[in-house]
Design a protein around this ligand. Structure first.
Ligand code: ATP
Length: 501
């Protein structure tokens, strides 16, 4: 157990916080932590299944329910310094009697100098009744640091008397980042049983196990994307930037040791259908790391604190599977209603604050790709330097980009041929988005198939272009407004500056 963690919990205990909610499933580890903090002081444990049990030996003492347990021990704090450890009682925290008793203990603590009794609630599920909100302090046991992970691995191989190359240990340690000690040991055991040793190949096992954690949680969505960055036409400035960062992600351990800061992420703003989501997905392929999507709507819960708890877990999970790309689609909608008061928007404001703090303090290998259509709705805090490494604006494709996008979609469907006069197509598609161009190609190919043709011609494509209502026709005003807003911020164009418009 790291000294910093013990000190942090001790500081809450010294500050006489009446109820400390430790959000963890690893009871053995939490017991050790509590013991390190309270020393030999009187400590009584309540377990939902067994009633009162001895904190040290874990023997059952009395088959109480929680109300009986709290009533019996309410006055202890007047005689001795006492700690109550309540495990897995989240289901009981709806009971008015339990709430009233916990409130009584808390108030005694605060208002009666001679009273010293504190409660630790230990559970994997955080349920905080409104009546106790002011008395409860949530304590998250920090995940092991890189040095601690190395120690866990080294202890493991020493115990088994196996020898593992130090370079392998370093690489494996990096992919363990974000997991807790229990999970790390479990995976090490699995890897060892698999081949009788720990090898570089076990990184795949770690990634597979991490994907399991995502599925089980239901908080993040793992996305399989088979495309590559070559599927993105144009946006050369943005792609150049990503290619540079790829050099870091493909040699993370070396880069970190060299003193390089791990890139935090980017915000892609721009017109609908201009390749923002496509680039977000292709980034994961380029960096050769998993892609997960954070859907803020999915995190919203019914109970007080549930949404914040889900957000905390989702962010923690993204760290657990890192290095990864965390894609937040339509971020301006995800955090809509920020700053307004009442109901759902209070929750959104809190979630947003939580996300911002996480981004600010982020010291992990999660690369965020946030995408947004409407920057006017974005809270200005998001646009401040330091949150994202860069903000890029994906405008409607210029002529060179339209040529590239048309080529990509024609080639993808095996219908590219050198007879096609791209110049006339480019001229006719001024104001089209990437998605518009894709649908022109799709519609032309479909029409050709229906009328029994083998190939498609420039005329077929031009016909389909004339039938298409481009985004510029549909969203004229919106596009104008977006460009005006963008011009007021310090945002890089995603397209290369030497491309012709
Ligand atoms: P929205 O803001 O509506 O989510 P977006 O900018 O994220 O839009 P995408 O979802 O990336 O747009 O684009 C939709 C589809 O259009 C893509 O799947 C792709 O097939 C095509 N497309 C858009 N831009 C490009 C591009 N630059 N190169 C190749 N294809 C593109």
């Amino acid at each position: 157990m790291e000294k910093k963690t013990i000190n942090e919990l001790a500081s809450y205990v010294d500050a006489l916080r009446p109820i400390i909610y430790i959000n963890n499933f690893d009871f053995k580890m939490v017991d050790d932590l509590i013991e390190s903090v309270i020393g030999k002081a009187k400590c009584l444990e309540y377990n939902n299944a067994l009633g009162e049990i001895d904190f040290h030996s874990k023997h059952q003492i009395r088959k109480y329910n929680l109300v009986e347990f709290l009533e019996a021990n309410l006055e202890n704090g007047f005689d001795n310094e006492t700690y109550l450890v309540l495990k897995d009682v989240h289901g009981e925290l709806k009971s008015p009697d339990v709430i009233a008793l916990l409130k009584r203990i808390s108030e005694n603590n605060i208002y009666k100098d001679s009273y010293h009794e504190m409660v630790f609630i230990v559970s994997e599920v955080t349920t905080i009744p409104i009546e106790l909100e002011n008395y409860i302090t949530i304590f998250d046991v920090p995940l092991p640091t890189q040095d601690e992970i190395l120690k866990i691995i080294n202890d493991f191989i020493t115990d088994l008397s196996i020898s593992v190359d130090s370079e392998v240990i370093n690489e494996i340690a990096l992919s363990f980042k974000g997991l807790n000690e229990f999970q790390i040991r479990q995976i090490l055991n699995l890897a060892y049983q698999d081949g009788g040793n720990i090898t570089k190949n076990d990184i795949h096992l770690i990634l597979r196990e991490k994907a399991q954690f995502i599925k089980k949680s239901g908080l993040l969505e793992a996305i399989n994307f088979s495309g590559t960055i070559d599927d993105v036409g144009g946006l050369d400035n943005l792609k150049k930037w990503l290619y540079q960062k790829e050099k870091i992600f493909s040699n993370l351990d070396k880069a970190i040791k060299f003193g390089v800061d791990v890139p935090k992420g980017i915000l892609l703003v721009g017109m609908p259908g201009c390749g923002k989501s496509l680039t977000a997905k292709a980034t994961a392929t380029l960096f050769k790391i998993p892609l997960v999507r954070l859907d803020v709507g999915r995190l919203l819960g019914k109970y007080v604190g549930e949404s914040e708890e889900n957000m905390r877990k989702a962010l923690q999970l993204s760290e657990a599977i890192s290095p990864c790309v965390l894609w937040v689609d339509e971020i301006e909608k995800a955090f809509a209603g920020i700053g307004q008061s009442g109901g759902g928007s209070d929750v959104t404001t809190r979630l947003f604050g939580q996300f911002l703090t996480w981004m600010q303090e982020k010291d992990n290998m999660v690369f965020i790709v946030a995408t947004a259509n409407d920057i006017s709705k974005m809270p200005p805090e998001f646009l401040r330097k330091g949150r994202f490494d860069e903000i890029f604006f994906a405008d409607l494709p210029n002529s060179d980009e339209r040529r590239k996008i048309l080529n990509i979609h024609l080639k993808k469907r095996g219908k590219w041929n050198k007879e096609i006069d791209l110049i006339s197509l480019i001229t006719a598609t001024e104001g089209f988005s990437g998605a518009d161009l894709e649908s022109v190609v799709k519609n032309t190919i479909e029409a050709a198939f229906i009328s029994g043709k083998d190939t498609i011609t420039t005329e077929d494509l031009l016909d389909s272009i004339h039938e298409t209502k481009s985004i510029s026709d549909v969203l004229k005003e919106k596009i104008k407004n977006l460009r005006t807003i963008i011009s007021k911020f310090d945002i890089q164009p995603a397209s290369a500056s030497d491309s012709k418009g």
